[in-house]
Design a binder for this molecule. Structure first.
Ligand code: ADQ
Length: 465
């Protein structure tokens, strides 16, 4: 890539770069891309999140802030319903998170998904310059590269999938699965969070498409065209996140939580309210802990911060009700006049405040049933006091588990396993906490988001176009 080649990022949503806290609450992607775009005077194209009213105006709203230009378009009500709430979040998201039971397959939403991808291609094409490097993100935009190339785009185009890639047996339940994956093979480079998801993808290409697959190099060849597929585990913006500890807001948040727990150990969970995050199962594990170790009830306060997301999708409303019920049941059974064991908070916080809450918590509980990576696990580690670090309990099924092996790894489906892990974490001696922390912090610091972007973009530059 020439040193001054511009980076063009295309993703479903675009976050205005200076709104960092707000960006974080939308998902891990926004914060992760900020620095890459800033250093390359990049362009970020995507949906504004707004509805365009009855007609499709084709207006592109452009703004430049913090060295980054954002170009956003509105979508019609129908597009939002079919493409975003429908195919992306009611078909692909559940399927890719192994929730076949929640996945809906509707022909109309599939068509809407293809239509919006075509629309993205149509509107972004005039904005592209010859030597731009184009980087497409996530499951909303899988066919976009193929659409761009069919319009004559000669730029190198990479694609990164932020969520897991399911096992072949599961993936073939998607109608027209071949058609979707064939479009992926028009990208020059396709990135996954972990080797496990990469291997599943390569397995699919070999067994279902009959592609020629070189497992070593990740080269996939089909119909005379070669795509490179590799794993690039995403990290946090270490410099930014670790610097938050200097802020007044983080210090105040830390004190607030510590004061309120009055000597008890705080255990924290921070997740978007999403069924993939394993929140009901987590509460079952906590309930089991209190059942098995009733004498420890006064030792622990669990704080779950879970801002609502995707509220227009039914399964997201259902999980909210389930959680309220489960939290209520535990508190009903275990509360005393001066003690409420579960605090369930349905709102987002600034990253400074989250930093303070993480630091005040003796245990970080990150137990998704399936997760592409999970940045909260890394943020929890980054916020710990090196002299008195807390313990991370992490699901084996988060992509992050492949890197953070020194966390206490658990099976989030097993309440007994969770209960046991909580007890282990509560009783872990300082020496062991420190030695686990030393190894974890090395990974979190070194495999940061800057490295992730550099690695991906360097490879995109090197693959034969
Ligand atoms: P998410 O599913 O959104 O991201 P995650 O990686 O944990 O999951 O990122 C969440 C981000 O949102 C974190 O930076 C976190 O601090 C922030 N956040 C969560 N709750 C918040 C709250 N209450 N207030 C403020 N901020 C909050 C998707 C994939 C992941 C993958 C990322 C990045 O699902 O598997 O790790 O993209 O690739």
């Amino acid at each position: 890539m020439s040193a001054d080649a511009r980076l063009v990022v295309i993703s479903n949503r675009v976050a205005v770069p200076k709104a960092r806290g707000a960006a974080g609450a939308q998902g891990g992607l926004a914060g992760a891309l900020h620095s890459a775009l800033k250093s390359r005077k990049g362009l970020w194209f995507g949906w504004s999140g707004e509805e365009s009213g009855s007609g499709r105006t084709g207006n592109i709203n452009t703004q430049t802030a913090d060295g980054v230009t954002t170009a956003t378009i509105d979508l019609s009500e129908r597009d939002i319903e079919e493409y975003y709430n429908g195919y992306a979040n009611s078909t692909l998201w559940p399927l890719f998170h192994y929730r076949l039971d929640l996945a809906k397959y509707e022909r109309e939403t599939g068509k809407g998904y293809e239509r919006v991808n075509e629309r993205f291609a149509e509107l972004v094409t005039p904005l592209l310059k010859d030597d731009d490097i184009v980087w497409v993100h996530d499951y909303h935009l899988i066919p976009l590269g193929e659409r761009l190339k069919s319009r004559g785009c000669k730029n190198r185009i990479g694609f990164f999938l932020h969520i897991p890639w399911p096992a072949t047996r599961l993936f073939v339940s998607l109608p027209y699965h071949e058609r979707l994956v064939r479009t992926m093979l028009h990208y020059d480079l396709v990135g996954f969070q972990t080797k496990e998801w990469l291997d599943s993808f390569l397995h699919y290409c070999r067994t279902e498409l009959g592609a020629e697959v070189d497992e070593e190099s990740g080269e996939v060849t089909l119909d005379g065209r070669t795509t490179m597929a590799r794993a690039y585990p995403i990290g946090i913006d270490w410099d930014h996140f670790s610097g938050l500890g200097q802020s007044k807001a983080s210090w105040q948040a830390e004190q607030r939580l510590k004061d309120s727990t009055r000597g008890r150990a705080a255990m924290i969970g921070v997740d978007r309210l999403d069924y993939s995050k394993g929140l009901p199962e987590r509460l079952d594990g906590i309930s089991r802990f209190f059942d098995k170790y009733p004498e420890r009830t006064r030792d622990l306060v669990f704080v779950q911060i879970a801002p609502p997301s995707r509220e227009d999708v039914d399964s997201y409303q259902a999980i909210r009700n389930t959680l309220e019920q489960k939290a209520g049941q535990i508190n009903g059974a275990r509360s005393e006049v001066d003690l409420v064991p579960v605090r369930y908070v349905n709102r987002g916080y600034q990253h400074e405040e989250l930093y303070g809450f993480f630091r005040a918590s003796k245990i970080g509980l990150v137990t998704p049933l399936r997760d592409g990576m999970n940045l909260v696990a890394k943020e929890y580690i980054a916020a710990q006091d090196p002299e008195d670090p807390g313990v991370l309990i992490l699901s084996r099924f988060a992509g992050a588990a492949a890197q953070l092996e020194d966390a206490v790894l658990v099976n989030p489906h097993s309440p007994d396993d969770l209960a046991h892990a909580i007890r282990t974490a509560l009783d872990m001696p300082l020496e062991e906490r420190k030695s686990r922390y030393e190894k974890l912090i090395g990974t979190v610091r070194d495999d940061n988001v800057q490295d992730w972007t550099e690695n991906f973009l360097n490879d995109l530059d090197r693959v034969p176009a």
